[in-house]
Design a protein around this ligand. Sequence first.
Ligand code: UDP
Ligand code: GLC
Length: 387
Amino acid sequence: MKLLFLDQTGKSGGAELCLLDIATAYQNSCLVGLFEDGDFRQRLEQRKIPVQVLAEKAIAVRKSSGAIAGLLSLGQLLPLIHRVAGLSREYDAIYGNTQKALVVGAIASTLSRRPLIYHLHDILSPAHFSRANRRIAVWMANQARLVIANSKASRAAFIEAGGNPALVEVVYNGFEPEAYAVEVETNELRSSLGLTGRFIVGHFSRLSPWKGQHVLIEALQYCDETVSAVFVGDALFGEQAYVQQLQQQVQQLGLRDRVKFLGFREDVIPLMKLCDVVAHTSIAAEPFGRVIVESMLCGRPTIAAASGAAVELIDPGVTGWLTQSGDAKALAGAIESCRKFPTEAAQIAAFAQQQACQNFQLTQTNAQIHQHLQNRLSPVNYVEKAN
Ligand code: UDP
Ligand code: GLC
């Protein structure tokens, strides 16, 4: 099967890391087309996945922008659409991995008459997208042969926004558990970060208001003095005002000695292993939340905000802890209970690791995606469904 994958960004966010693993399975028969250059291109090249940067300049539509901005940007998109349509004639399908990739892919697929696949990594809700952008996304996605939703939560929001339920299959992100199961010597890392003797709460997300880093900072003031927070991740999509806000919050609450911002790191696994607890604090529904599963695979006690897919990934009290989104006191309570009852926390984390190893295998994810693609792209099935 020959696939033309499309992704709007050159940065390595969760949707791109997911695509990296999927495209690896098609490395001899695919092309990944990016709409901007960045470190994601290098990662694809390291895996020997064919990649091309297709757009000459970045496309300007924010998630919150309205219909007019969306339509105006269509003008900017025309050369790109033309290029994608031309390229796609060599492939069995166009596989859009992001919203702008969906728009470009849907129009190109009409021109080249190649089927469209959409991998939905977003929750199409008002908290995440303007009404106009939700409408455009649903309209385009309903042209697809298959919509792969990264969770039941993203599937439900898609249908709620007008998406055709018959198109959707839920496939969770997959991981290679062996990579997370390795023993890591963390004492040196702990001391190099000045964290010896501290109870470390790790937060692994890009810095963005909806990822709720501010909730963990607020929670720290209700935790024991020995608790420190380590933030791993950078503002990938221009959220500089939020970065400043976080720094001011740390200053105002007098928490400078208890908070560290490490920026974007590639050594997520050793950093997770270093943590006594990993906290996920999104204040809007999380579409999937790779970091939640990664933390469980690392055998770390995991506390997540109870909305979106987090409630599908964590069974509270069994494989982790769920606290109400935005509730700093409840988060502090869960952190404190892990600190005070480490044996119980370790037992839950060990069971979560075992469950996550079984439930989020990359081999299973890739097999499911391949099967869905075969089912939906096969001419026989398509004709039968159309009739
Ligand atoms: N990540 C990373 N380095 C960082 C912070 C995060 O490699 O400094 C990775 C993290 O391990 C996870 C991904 O980025 O695999 C983020 O995916 P997630 O689904 O949690 O959130 P997204 O940012 O895609 O909404
Ligand atoms: C997006 C979502 C995130 C999800 C990732 C992979 O980046 O924000 O929740 O884990 O895609 O599907």
